[in-house]
Design a binder for this molecule. Structure first.
Ligand code: AMP
Length: 139
């Protein structure tokens, strides 16, 4: 299927939609998930128009994973998370709802379940404080 640049992450990349950005470089962008499954739920995307893992350029993918590693360390520090879960969904049957490649970074702790995927909109003031904590952890 051809990449559709009307998806919400393409709009964020173009500046046509807002985002709580925490990190950006020439190849990738990280921002808060607006329907977080847990406090600190962050997304990392390549800037390159890429629908999912299957059509990703390996070089772009490698750079994106470098950003996932960097941002995951900052999320772990910012939320004092004992564990970090990385999730990435390919295709609607797998649960993908936004068709621009993205990696979910979720702080995890024993005994704390994560909320339903893409269900409840966060309070934006709280989300900005979470974004700021991650920016500070990134230095
Ligand atoms: P997936 O189902 O893996 O495609 O995940 C898409 C994610 O994007 C979900 O966790 C949504 O909560 C999140 N999401 C949808 N719209 C936005 C948005 N405008 N800004 C940030 N996250 C979003």
């Amino acid at each position: 299927m051809a990449y559709n640049d009307e998806n919400i992450f393409a709009k964020i990349l173009r500046g046509d939609a807002p985002a709580f950005k925490v990190y950006e470089d020439d190849y990738s962008l990280a921002f808060m998930d607006v329907m977080p499954q847990v406090e600190g739920h962050t997304l990392v995307i390549p800037k390159n128009p890429t629908e999912n893992l299957h059509d990703a350029d390996p070089v772009i993918l490698g750079h994106t994973m470098g950003t996932v590693q960097k941002v995951a360390a900052a999320v772990k520090q910012a939320f004092t998370a004992p564990g970090i879960m990385i999730a990435q969904l390919n295709g609607a049957p797998a649960g993908q709802t936004v068709f621009h490649l993205h990696f979910h970074i979720l702080p995890r702790a024993n005994g704390i379940d994560i909320a339903m995927h893409a269900r409840d909109m966060a309070d934006f003031t709280l989300l900005e404080t979470h974004a700021q904590r991650i920016r500070e952890a990134l230095g």
